[in-house]
Design a protein around this ligand. Structure first.
Ligand code: FAD
Length: 354
């Protein structure tokens, strides 16, 4: 759906990724009109994500065979000759097709496709004082709302407008081959010589196999060398780590736009959905109180920090230790983890320190 004139809805969401779409649905259920602006012409495309997501997903979205490609119950983490095997008695994580998943989330929502947010405007009455509307400029016209939510991913224009940046911006590259792979385990391989600050992975996707690398500085050549890959489908994307400030006058940042990824894996879906729920409640309260000031919206950041703020802080510290360790130290850590594997098997892969 495209528009050429000034449009107004209660809430504008920049970015029709999974987090923006899930949030739009929640807002609609609380009686607010939400318009999602998406720069691409198709939801879910391009796909830059592995879509490995824990069963915590069940509490946000009903699992569907339409987008679940495979299910895994465990992981093997290796470094040289050292390894640890972690497993759950049943499905630990889904391997989902992100394009289909995102498309299913968009059903029934007001999404303006091919509309890139190019700028945010404070408006005549001064959004900085929490007065007036907030507006967003696009080549298709100006869109206005009472509140704007930046769900526009790792390179968020909305976050940049307010000067909020993640602490780190890493990169993930993925190669998908046509090898059938119904293994029960995801493999994580650490090799400091091949990637000093990241890790490689192999994900069974059922009809295909995914090879990947997540690091500060990556290239498809690294994947090709490490796994001996030839003839594969390429995907790549940015992974923001360490959120900056996430609330401003008439504005919130949610998901990757806010840097809400797990520092140990780069996964961002569960934290993004968790924050979207808190954002939806904050926005509904703001409409009820007719208060869109920064002071009122601060409760959103307090809310998400209460749930996973410490996980991210501890994860950033763990990441720093990992980046400053060699294969020897990582091997030792894996051998120690083996001793505690019965305990680790019971852990939640999203909320490690619950
Ligand atoms: C290689 C890789 C592998 C990953 N694997 C996993 C995984 O296995 N599990 C997991 O949980 N997470 C994974 N992630 C992270 C996951 O992809 C993100 O956390 C998730 O996509 C965040 O969703 P989002 O809606 O916040 O942002 P995004 O999915 O990035 O969506 C942002 C949307 O905004 C749109 N947009 C951007 N700028 C504008 C603009 N100016 N105007 C309009 N629209 C705009 C984009 O087109 C996009 O549709 C991975 C990431 C990468 C890069």
């Amino acid at each position: 759906m495209l528009r050429d004139s000034v449009e107004k809805s209660d809430v504008l969401i920049a970015g029709a990724g999974p987090v923006g779409l899930y949030l739009a649905d929640l807002l609609g259920k609380s009686g607010l009109s939400a318009t999602v602006l998406e720069e691409h012409e198709r939801i879910g495309s391009p796909n830059h994500c592995s879509g490995l997501v824990s069963r915590n997903l069940d509490s946000f979205v009903k699992p569907s065979r339409e987008w679940i490609e495979h299910e895994v119950s465990g992981a093997v983490i290796r470094c040289g000759n050292s390894f640890v095997r972690l497993r759950k008695p049943r499905t630990a994580a889904y391997v989902i097709d992100r394009s289909r998943f995102d498309a299913s989330l968009a059903e029934g929502l007001d999404v303006a496709l091919g509309v890139r947010v190019e700028g945010v405007s404070a408006g005549e009455e001064g959004v900085a004082q929490g007065k007036g509307d907030i507006s967003v400029k696009t080549r298709r016209g100006t869109f206005r709302s009472k509140i704007l939510i930046g769900c526009d991913g790792a390179n968020s224009i909305v976050a940049r407008y307010f000067g909020s940046r993640p602490k780190k911006l890493l990169m993930g590259v993925i190669g998908i081959t046509k090898e059938e792979n119904y293994s029960e385990n995801v493999e994580i391989i650490i090799d400091k010589k091949a990637s000093p600050d990241g890790f490689f992975w192999k994900i069974p996707r059922g009809r295909t196999t995914e090879y990947g690398l997540f690091s500060n500085n990556v290239d498809f050549l690294d994947l090709e060398r490490f796994f001996g890959l030839k003839g594969y489908e390429r995907r790549a994307g940015l992974i923001p780590l360490g959120p900056g400030k996430t609330y401003f006058p008439r504005t919130l940042l949610v998901g990757d736009a806010a840097g809400m990824s797990k520092p140990w894996s780069g996964g961002g879906l569960i934290y993004g959905f968790t924050a979207a729920r808190i954002a939806a409640k904050t926005v509904a309260d703001a409409f009820e109180q007719d208060d869109f000031s920064e002071g009122f919206l601060e409760r959103y950041e307090r809310g998400w920090k209460n749930v996973f703020g410490r996980q991210i802080q501890a994860g950033m510290l763990g990441r720093w230790i990992f980046e400053n360790s060699g294969d020897f130290e990582v091997g030792m850590a894996l051998r120690t983890m083996r001793i505690f594997s019965p305990l680790l098997n019971g852990m939640d892969m999203d909320f490690l320190a619950k």
